[in-house]
Structures are given as C-alpha cells and as structure tokens.
Design a protein around this ligand. Structure first.
Ligand SMILES: [Ca+2]
Ligand SMILES: [Ca+2]
Length: 410
C-alpha cells in the first residue's frame, strides 16, 4: 500500500506493501528522505538516543531477529534474537518478513515502541528506553500468538501491523491491526485466516523497575472477541448489550475471514478510527473443476481481491455498502474488479480537494462530496461507497496532527 500526502509545508510519504519501508519526513528532513525499494523489505527508519547521543537508525528484521543499525555508519547498534544477542527472546523462532511498526508516543522524534509480527503467527513488542546504553536500551517480549496446533490454525503474518494510540473515555492503550495469510501458498484453503485488532494496555502500565509490562501469557486467537457475525448490530437490546460488554472485557476483536482461502497479504491502514485493508481469495477448487470439466483452462494463480473498511473499535461495517438499508457483515467489504492480488494500493492525496483511493486499476474519491447546495452527493457503487468513507469529511483530518502511528480522538 502507498499513501502520498503532499502539502506546501509538509510532506509524508508512506510506502507500504509486500516489500516496504516507511519514511515520514517533515520538510527539514526531506533531503534525507529514504526511498523505499525492495531491498528495504521490513525496515523502518527512526531515531533513538543512546546515552546522550541521538542516532538515525534503521530497524530491520533479519531472519528470526531484529537489528537496529546506525544509518550513517552501517554499524549494528543493537540486536534482538533467540540467543547470543543484546536481548534474547526465546520465542523468536520464525522469520520476520513484514513491516516493522515504530511508534513515537511522545512525539519527540525518538522511537519508543516497536511492533513486529512473524511467520509463526506471533506479535512482539519492543520498548526503547531512550537515554539508556548497552543492553538496557531495549526491553520487550511476546504479546500474542495466533497460531494454533492444527493445519487450519497455522496462521502466519507475512505483512506487518499498523499501530495506533487510543485515548477514549479515560482509557488509554495502543491497538495493533493485522491480518494473517500464507503468502507463498496463495491458493491454500486449509488455513482459516483472520483479521485481528489487539489491545495493548502494557504501554500504559509500568512494573516496579519502571518497565512497560506484558501479558503473563501470550494472547491467543480465542482470547479475542469474535465479531465475525457482526453481533454488535444485534437488534435485540439484550444481545447488543451482552456483545458490547464482552468486547469491552476482551483484549481486542477478530474477524474470521469468510471466503474460501481468503487471506490478508498487505499491511492494513488505520485512519480516522477505521481500518482499511485488502484480502486475496484464490480461485476455488470447485470453480476450477467445473471449468476443467468443460475442457477449459483454470489458472489457480489468479484469484480476486476484496477491499474492507471496518470500525476500529468494533470491527463492524462502517457504512451500508450495498445500500439495502441494513448494515451487516457483508457491508464490511466490496469485491474488486481486478483479478489476482492487490500488489499496489494507493491513497493519493496530492489534490487536497479531491483525494483518490486506488486499488489496482480501480480508483475512486476518498471523501464525501457535496453539491453546490451543500447536499451530500450519493455514492454510485460499492467501491465508491467504501472509499469515500476513508476520510469522510476530509477537513477533520488535520495534517499537522496526523501521523500513521498515532491517532487521537478529535
Ligand atoms: Ca519518543
Ligand atoms: Ca447492507
């Protein structure tokens, strides 16, 4: 996925996708802008302070571990691995190929938390204690493990998470949005893949040593509230209250993807308290078999894609996409016209009056438009209905306050 936001005073270029890097550069640093290419893979760029020295760093997945590299000298400053590293984490037994999300929680330009996901369906958080030196610079551990013991639950994260800070009703926590999918077997239908929204409260709770805390055991697939059936729209008040209470108590929600072999292969985007993500669905065996029976070719490698837009806190559909006057689970997504995987997702914001969202060859306006009399112009088709909700009434997004990793309630 790519987002471009070009403003006179300010520039963000955010490049995400199967191979990705992230650069967020205010104008003073624009000349140092790092351009993402395939070689950057899971890398993210930030700054850390070691002792009194501020260093520009690349944080990158290397095999089963992570290294923090000084971008000026190429020196490895810190290594996290299963063993023989500055920080040893025994659970790091799987490759890290997806985006690494770095969060600067106090906006001082220094990264404070780093989230990574691996091919074993695990999610880790690492906390950077800026100003410390040696092994004390980073602490961290396992947050969640969404991989089970069966073929159906063998979930993997090839692409990384998006992370944001939630401040609501006096409660503060981070949320991590991520979807699972076996990228190297796109036609696989044996795994039940899911989309997850995980709450991380440990970034607001410190232990007696002053360190951020972790769950005593990793959060699992069944620990999250299953919103697949869209119970949060129940018409009976009792059912609705029960569902809302359960959601409040649990450490997040999950949607078990409903299409045969449906999987997430790209990084989601959290924006405007919604999550925008795409899925890939392979051609089904049945569909192929019927073609083969008719002596036609069937290419298993070409499936199709869906675009989802869901509410950040509930996983619910945000708009009645198919316009049948009820908002249900199928209003979460629209099927894209293109066949195959979405390799390139773009939100193009270089025209502030009319930003566009493009998924593959399909483009549509990303804001709600009004006619000259101030009446809302209705959306014309499902994809248009979905994309225009991404920014809604665009002026609510204040460029100076918006970053991809931190989102606060207006
Ligand atoms: Ca910071
Ligand atoms: Ca509907």
């Amino acid at each position: 996925m790519k987002i471009f936001l070009d403003l006179v005073q300010w520039r963000i270029t955010l490049l995400m996708g199967l191979c990705l890097g992230v650069m967020i550069a205010p104008p003073a640093q624009a000349d140092d802008a790092l351009v993402a290419d395939d070689s950057l893979l899971s890398s993210t760029f930030s700054k850390v302070r070691i002792g009194s020295e501020v260093k520009a760093v690349m944080i990158t997945g290397g095999g089963n571990g992570i290294v923090i590299v000084d971008v000026k000298t190429g020196t490895t400053l810190y290594e996290i691995a299963p063993s023989n590293a500055d920080l040893n984490i025994s659970e790091m037994q799987y490759s890290i190929t997806g985006r690494i999300a770095a969060v600067d929680r106090d906006r001082d330009g220094l990264a404070d938390h780093v989230y990574v996901a691996d091919l074993g369906g695990q999610i880790f958080r690492f906390d950077i204690y800026n100003g410390m030196t040696g092994r004390h610079l980073v602490k961290g551990g396992l947050l969640a493990d969404f991989n089970g013991d069966t073929e159906a639950s063998n979930r993997r994260f090839y692409s990384g998470p998006d992370v944001t800070n939630i401040v609501t009703e006096g409660k503060s926590y981070f949320v991590i949005a991520i979807g699972s999918g076996f990228q190297y077997q796109p036609s696989n239908t044996a795994v039940q893949d899911s989309f997850y929204l995980l709450k991380d409260k440990g970034v607001y709770i410190k232990d007696e040593q002053g360190h951020y805390t972790f769950p005593s055991t990793a959060i699992g697939h069944d620990d999250l509230f299953d919103v697949t059936a869209h119970q949060l729209t129940a018409h009976d008040v009792g059912g609705l209250n029960t569902a809302q209470a359960s959601l409040q108590l649990q450490l997040g929600w999950r949607i078990d993807l409903g299409g045969s072999g449906e999987k997430v292969l790209t990084v989601p985007i959290i924006l405007n308290h919604q999550i925008f993500f795409t899925t890939y669905l392979p051609n089904s065996t049945d569909a192929c078999q019927s073609l083969i029976n008719k002596h036609s070719d069937c290419d298993f490698s070409v499936g199709h894609a869906r675009a989802y837009l869901v509410d950040l806190l509930t996983g619910n559909a945000v708009v009645d996409l198919n316009q049948d006057r009820q908002t249900t689970s199928i209003d979460r997504y629209t099927s894209l016209k293109q066949t195959g995987m979405v390799s390139k997702t773009e939100i193009v914001l270089n025209n502030l009056a009319k930003p566009m969202v493009c998924l593959g060859e399909q483009c549509s306006v990303a804001v709600i438009e009004f006619d000259q009399e101030g009446n809302e112009i209705p959306c014309s088709h499902e994809f248009a209905c979905l994309t225009r909700e991404i920014f809604g009434r665009f002026e609510r997004i204040q460029p100076q306050s918006w970053t991809t990793e931190i989102e606060r309630k207006p």
